[in-house]
Design a protein around this ligand. Sequence first.
Ligand SMILES: [Zn+2]
Length: 148
Amino acid sequence: MIKRILVYNNEEDRKILKQKSEKVKEIDDDIKNLIQDMKDTLHAINNGKGISAIQIGVPKQICICSWGGDEYILINPEITRVRGEESYLEGCLSVPGIYKEVTRYQKVWCSYTDENGEQQELAQGGRMSDIIQHELDHFNGECKIYSE
Ligand SMILES: [Zn+2]
């Protein structure tokens, strides 16, 4: 189901967006439904590159990162290694119409749980690395595109 995306310029939404997200303990039906809602919501947006569960109001460590035809569903992701730096012009679904230059690690290595509960590793550079780092900020209640 397509959900409304919370935005920083709404006070009630902002309180939720600033919450820290909790680790997922078990991939039960609620989590599967949440992931489906996140997919539906992201895919309904033209050129949507990433979404975290908190952006539809659920403080769980799940994000979807999408770039160049690849899509990762990351549950409880942890960045284990990084390399280099690069700056990207970033936007955020929760900060519509605003783009900012943000410096990120050029490449990240990440361990995560997939939708089937399997432990996985990825290594990604360039824009996908940027998107992963952006979505992980949301787990800490942060977004570099929003400034108070
Ligand atoms: Zn954001």
